[in-house]
Ligand binder design. Sequence first.
Ligand code: GAL
Length: 664
Amino acid sequence: MNSGKLRRQTMGVCYYPEHWPEERWETDASMMVEAGISHVRIGEFAWSLMEPEPGQYDWGWLDRAFETLASHGLKIVLGTPTATPPKWLVDQMPDMLPVGKNGQVRGFGSRRHYCFSHLGYREECARITRALAERYGKHPSLAAWQTDNEYGCHDTTYSYSEAAEAGFRRWLEARYGSIDALNEAWGNVFWSMIYRNFDEIELPGQAVTQTSPAHQLDFRRYSSDQVVAFNKVQSDIIRAHSPGRGISHNFMGKYTDFDHYAVSADLDIATWDAYPLGFLEREIGDEALIKQYTGVGDPDFDAFHHDLYRTCGQMRNGTDNGRWWIMEQQPPGPLNWGTYNSEPLPGAGRLWVWEAFAAGAEVVCYFRWRQPAFAQEQMHEGLLLPNGEPNQGYHLCGQISKELDSIQATPAADHADVALVFDYESQWMLDIQKTGQDVSHLDTVLRTYRALRRAGVSVDIIPPKKESIVGRKMVLLPMAMVLADDFVDALEASEALIVAGPWTGAKDQNFAIAEDLPPGPLRRLIDIQVRRIETRRPYLPFPLSDGGSFAGWREHLILGEGVEVIETQSDGAPAVLHTGNVLYHAGRGDDVAQDRFIRRALTLAGVPWFDLPQDVRIRDNGKLRYIFNYSKKTVDMSAILPDADVAMGSMELAACDVTAVHLK
Ligand code: GAL
């Protein structure tokens, strides 16, 4: 049920009333209203205050926080506090702590100190969640829930604990039925790895060198399933006690250790935490990009996640109109966790928020209300300064709220003509068995996504599922390595342009090279065979005859009947192949090649595209088209979009500016 969907996009904030004297709460609540904030997330780290002694709850402070916020008409998003189990609980069951790959126990004193496989801890989480849901689940001001906080953050999806080992063995038994089947699937005849029973199997943490890639893949699948199961325990309890309130979780950027589509199947709202400058510094890590986009952020990285998590928001209700939010948005000020922490350029903070609204976010919540003067995050800006006075973010929040009033945009996002597959298993596979150091599925998908964005096209990121390609004009599958039969059937029946390669359909679900060679089952659609792949360092690209090159990865193929070579590599090897409604790219294009590939594909698929100035991006949503200027200079868009009917801003966009125009 898609309950509680909002009709107008709106602002929110993350608030920690427990960090401030109660006398201040009234002031905070009225200042929030003044800044146009409607939603306030609270509670997600407060277990040791909710239950200071085992079994003794103290709800007084939380009741009063609820009442203060409610009396100002604010809507509350309540977090379950399970990312921060109290010390007494850890002391009661020390084996709930996560264990690192090196066998070292990861201790108390920060957060996320639990192992997803520990069933005793899961029961404790069920208990505190039930207590919270019974007390606050029907509160009239409660709008939504957040389960836990950032599953997997600080590298916590994988735990090498005893609980994980026991759980893994039972999971394998259920998956394979017999040890012979497992030995066969993992290829255990290799290096004499044959097991006699499931209890002989260890976690793939401490072997001398690589364990079987299928063993590692199954450990990732198992660990991902534990996150799903852990989350489901909480979602089920909340759903039973808190009807009509959306259940959410806040995902992260560039985090792929568990299958987010699968976790989202138990959520009503997918949310994520967007920190553009932190990502640029720490997650993207490309010196050239850092140099180019310091202060504004990567024009495509956050946008990619908006499009990914919007799809996650559809996993439960199955509509094209999934609910998604930004649960934590970087304020227009420096963070504490980048390698370096620069301030945003003027306008950048506004640009980020509008990019999310343009992608259909219902709510954009700032992290956080007030910068604390104490503890780990004291150097992280908030909307207020540590002394409680407004900082820039406070004023910006008020400005955006007024703009939202005037523009009246709806949270819905359209079903895009173009869908790009991102698949967690393919990500794990290329991570487990690297043939080229910097090659990953995510990186390859991002390169493709960037080229689509540079062409001004709106995109949905989708899982490799048949339901997800219905009604598309173009489906792209770079490095989507395992393709289920029913998905290939759907691709075959689809009228969309299918853009495959490199390395699409390359493996089977046991991580073996596809029967009769890659692209495996896709050979039903295009009669080619990949006979060799080659990877090289970034400074040794593979040049292409028409300009640009393959970066880091290329394939050598042989072609069957009816396959046309439409581009070659400089040494004459085929680069781009075509047959019917299928294009195949035999490598990872650099930006020059990728732009050419994508624009050719869009033209073939009949999807309109734009020749945009550098660092300008466009997004369509409902009746509005948004234009974003991620560059540091003014751009005039009136020649590219003549006769535009401007809804917000101007056709001459200053650096970091955003404009919205009515779509005809
Ligand atoms: C997020 C986390 C928040 C806070 C924030 C700081 O990863 O969910 O609790 O730590 O980062 O940027």
